[in-house]
Write a protein that binds this ligand. Structure first.
Ligand SMILES: Cc1cc2nc3c(=O)[nH]c(=O)nc-3n(C[C@H](O)[C@H](O)[C@H](O)COP(=O)(O)OP(=O)(O)OC[C@H]3O[C@@H](n4cnc5c(N)ncnc54)[C@H](O)[C@@H]3O)c2cc1C
Length: 563
């Protein structure tokens, strides 16, 4: 007897809940699709109770149910399993970890004696590109299923601690940026949290803690430790030589990775935090071609990551490149965990990092009220409160407009006389029309205070010298960025501001390649490059263009030296 399919209940009030789109989240393959998928796998008859894959394992196979039923289980913080969904005939298992190679979030178990088509991960990637109509349906479902987990906090981890703890924000930011489902159990507000602390023998000093089913609690872990425990980082074989290693997974790095891998290059990406870079922190990018209603930087980055992984890119998440050495015709990149990557070419796509204000006590309030991005997480912290946004560029303007929907009032602080010269006109107009945003021109931040976290910001008028205190707990500092080039140790030429020189400009030599640095074999793209436009579209374009130049460079290595 076949059980009917059974899928998670959607939030009817939320039209963007993926569970409201069952035909796409849990699609059925047609007879013709199943027939075309057959040569990629093997048939398996499995009795009820057989495990197809388990939470925590890596590199699981992909299963199409031909008859019978397969249930997908997720586990709560105490390890108890719950049925999340039941796949019936023509449906298939899997979500994003199938592509990423990260540890499985869920377990698949045969519920009713079943016949399934089993396809291993390599053949699954082959099927997706050989049969694009099947690939499209499956890929969309994998993305929607992960979005469903994230939206409902299912199948992931539980963070226990205070909502406003700076380490809690650090861990949450990391999980959100990496699309990892999680729930927060607030020790100050939820009675169940204390019971859990007791059950897991956790003391308040060890918070925030991450509770992952099947693992011992992680007590205020570093991002690298968390990433390793959750299996977000892929293993890299140190003896393997990469054709190209890209450092930085912002738009420029991800675009380079997609084009390089799709053109057959063995491609590795090293990313210190999470895919998306600065763009990943943008609430809405409205000027990127092809998205007339705008797209959040996070959504753009997540799609790009899936696309890169579909083409076989290896992603090392939460690993920082610390140094670069030449080794004969190859390069060696040294990582912060001591490992080394050997590669025939390097693309520097490390972008830029936020500038800080020169103020006493500034460092004390970082993570305790000072923010550099305005995403849904920060907006939630500012709900019905007054906030200050510092900066006159587009990122500050976007943040002010976005936050004004949740905050009681947004004060924009700029040193200049107007926004006209530094911000796009559409944002200037929106800010001018908003009743909940006040623009303070010729103003700067003069002081910060608070006991523990930020509670008061002092602003000073630059003409009159007059100061004014604002009772605000959240200050958004968006005053531009500096290039992330320290790790290059001066091995390539940079301009006076530290941006990497490429092409003929600044490298002192006539170079055929517009993106090659002063050291042949090392290329630079995106915001880190001297003279770059500092836009998502430009970063992606440079990532696409540099791959042709890498091919030429690699071909030149293969040519015998001229006599
Ligand atoms: C809030 C905000 C809003 C924006 N809005 C828009 C917009 O609407 N439209 C637009 O066109 N542009 C916008 N921009 C600009 C746009 O985001 C950038 O131009 C773009 O992200 C640059 O891409 P990139 O890949 O060159 O560098 P980045 O995005 O800076 O990415 C660099 C990556 O490298 C990683 N990295 C750095 N050093 C190392 C290391 N040593 N080892 C490993 N990894 C490392 C970083 O973690 C980061 O992920 C916005 C920027 C911000 C901050």
């Amino acid at each position: 007897m076949d059980l009917p399919d059974d899928h998670p209940t959607p939030d009817a009030a939320n039209p963007s809940d993926p569970y409201n789109r069952p035909a796409q989240t849990y699609p059925h393959l047609s007879d013709s699709m199943i027939a075309r998928a057959m040569p990629f796998g093997t048939l398996l008859a499995a009795t009820a109770g057989t495990l197809l894959f388990a939470r925590g394992e890596k590199y699981s196979d992909f299963f199409v149910v031909l008859s019978g039923a397969v249930e997908i289980l997720h586990h709560d913080e105490l390890g108890a399993a719950h049925v999340l969904t039941v796949h019936g005939p023509r449906e298939f298992t899997g979500e994003l970890d199938l592509l990423s190679g990260a540890r499985n979030l869920v377990t698949a178990r045969v519920r009713v004696d079943a016949s399934v088509l089993r396809i291993d991960r390599t053949s699954f990637i082959g099927l997706s590109s050989a049969e694009p109509d099947i690939g499209e349906i499956v890929m969309r479902a994998l993305i929607l299923r992960r979005m469903g987990f994230v939206e409902h906090g299912q199948a992931g981890v539980v963070l226990v601690g205070g909502q406003q703890m700076s380490d809690m924000l650090r861990l949450r930011r990391f999980l959100i940026r990496n699309n990892y489902p999680h729930r927060v159990l607030d020790v100050d507000a939820e009675s169940g949290a204390l019971q859990l602390l007791h059950a897991l023998d956790l003391s308040p000093r060890e918070l925030p803690a991450v509770i992952a089913p099947g693992l011992p609690p992680l007590r205020n872990p570093t991002l690298a430790a968390l990433s390793d425990a959750l299996g977000l980082t892929e293993n890299v074989d140190e003896s393997e030589v990469q054709d190209v290693t890209i450092v930085g997974a912002g738009p420029a790095g991800l675009a380079t990775a997609v084009y390089a891998a799709s053109e057959g290059l063995r491609t590795l990406v090293i990313e210190g935090l999470a895919p998306g870079g600065q763009a990943g922190t943008s609430s809405r990018i409205e000027n990127y071609l092809g998205f007339p209603t705008g797209i959040s930087g996070h959504a753009l980055a997540s799609r790009a990551q899936v696309q890169a992984q579909k083409f076989g890119v290896n992603l090392l998440i939460s690993r920082v490149a610390l140094g670069l050495e030449r080794d004969g015709q190859a390069f060696v990149i040294v990582l912060d965990d001591g490992r080394q990557v050997v590669t025939r070419s390097v693309v520097v796509a490390t972008g830029a990092r936020y500038r800080r204000l020169e103020l006493a006590d500034y460092a004390r309030f970082e993570g305790q009220g000072i923010h550099y991005a305005a995403t849904p997480m920060e907006a939630q912290l500012c709900c019905e409160q007054q906030v200050i946004v510092v900066g006159g560029g587009n990122s500050a303007g976007q943040a002010a407009v976005y936050l004004s929907r949740r905050a009681r009032h947004v004060h924009m602080v700029v040193r200049g006389r107007s926004l006209a010269e530094t911000m796009s006109d559409y944002l200037v107009q929106r800010i001018g029309r908003s009743p909940t945003i006040t623009l303070h021109t010729r103003t700067e931040i003069a002081g910060l205070s608070g006991d523990g976290s930020l509670t008061r910001v002092t602003c000073r008028n630059r003409d009159s010298g007059e100061t004014r205190d604002h009772d605000v707990c959240n200050l958004f500092v968006m005053i531009g960025a500096e290039p992330n080039t320290a790790w290059l140790g001066g091995r390539v030429l940079t301009d006076a501001h530290g941006f990497v020189c490429t092409g003929s400009e600044g490298t002192g030599r006539l170079r055929a390649s517009a993106y090659e640095t002063s050291l042949p074999g090392i290329f630079a793209v995106g915001d880190v490059r001297a003279g770059s436009v500092k836009r998502v579209g430009a970063a992606i374009g440079e990532g696409a263009a540099v791959v042709a130049q890498i091919h030429k460079y690699l071909e030149s290595l293969a040519e015998p030296a001229q006599a």
